[in-house]
Write a protein of this length. Structure first.
Length: 284
């Protein structure tokens, strides 16, 4: 019988039991435009088994390593969620959206020329190294008072503002659009995280952002920074992107996210989603 170590040491290999049921850990290179749920569903269909899950979801616009757990390996979910991860992320400065990424609507754009000193930005990045408390992204699935924050903010019955108080707290101030009696506030929690490494990979001006964020005004130059971030579990890269922009007194938005490492695994260990049917059909 396979142990945890067996599953971890032999990824992308399926063990078939006496009843013909597969088990194993698959590392899949998720493309943009596909949800983690879509990836899981595809594996379920190919293997004809319901017992399939993932070891940490990626947003639809994000790419990179998606861990898919099959059969008995689904019990490893908590172990995999606890692993450190690394990302390559592209941050666009001068723009913010309702979701902190390209899937939201523009809430603010700077329409004057933006100049960022590269060496100063590198110093700002290095300041995020180490243990720290990070506000939970308000567009995450974290529950406060039994409700997922992202679902609260997508409730069309309310308008909202995110407010930083003088006491160092961050609050979602919700206003009901038709009945003021139902106005209320939600305190955004903080989580302890650790950033092991963060460095600049690229820096410049984006020329094709209108295809990423509809409605953007290209009259002003919009600088971007691509960074490598190795971090502990629970780190919100979209929130980190916003926090980096705040250090420059600029709105900012995450326009690209690629998960390049999970634990000891890199993208070199992954299977391509387009090849999955052929590979897994042979492994059954």
């Amino acid at each position: 019988m396979k142990t945890r170590a067996d599953f971890f040491n032999k990824v992308n290999e399926l063990e078939i039991d006496d009843f013909g049921r597969p088990s194993g850990v698959l590392l899949i290179n998720k493309p943009a435009g596909v949800s983690s749920h879509d990836v899981v569903d595809k594996v379920r269909r190919i293997l004809n088994i319901r017992q399939v899950g993932h070891g940490g979801a990626l947003d639809i616009f994000a790419t990179g390593i998606e861990i898919v757990l099959v059969g008995k390996a689904t019990k490893l979910s908590d172990d995999l969620l606890a692993l450190d991860k690394a990302y390559e992320a592209t941050i666009l400065f001068g723009v913010s959206t309702t979701t902190q990424d390209i899937e939201g609507k523009i809430t603010l754009q700077v329409n004057t020329e933006i100049k960022i000193d590269k060496s100063n930005l590198e110093k700002i990045l290095s300041g995020f190294m180490g243990e720290q408390e990070q506000y939970v992204s308000p567009f995450s699935s974290v529950k406060v008072n039994g409700k997922k924050l992202r679902k609260v903010l997508r409730d069309d019955s309310y308008s909202y503002k995110i407010v930083d108080t003088k006491d160092g707290e961050r609050i979602i101030d919700l206003t009901h659009k038709s009945d003021s009696k139902y106005n209320y506030k939600i305190l955004i929690p903080k989580k302890k995280i650790k950033i092991f490494d963060i460095k600049m990979l690229d820096f410049g001006v984006k020329n094709e952002v209108e295809t990423l964020i509809p409605g953007i005004n290209l009259a002003s130059t919009l600088p971007f920074c691509e960074v490598y971030v190795k971090c502990s579990k629970g780190t919100y890269i979209r929130q980190l992107a916003e926090d980096i922009g705040a250090k420059l007194n600029l709105p900012s938005v995450l326009i690209k996210l690629d998960r390049v490492e999970i634990g000891k695994w890199t993208k070199e260990n992954t299977l391509e989603l387009k090849d999955l049917e052929n590979i897994l059909s042979k492994g059954k």
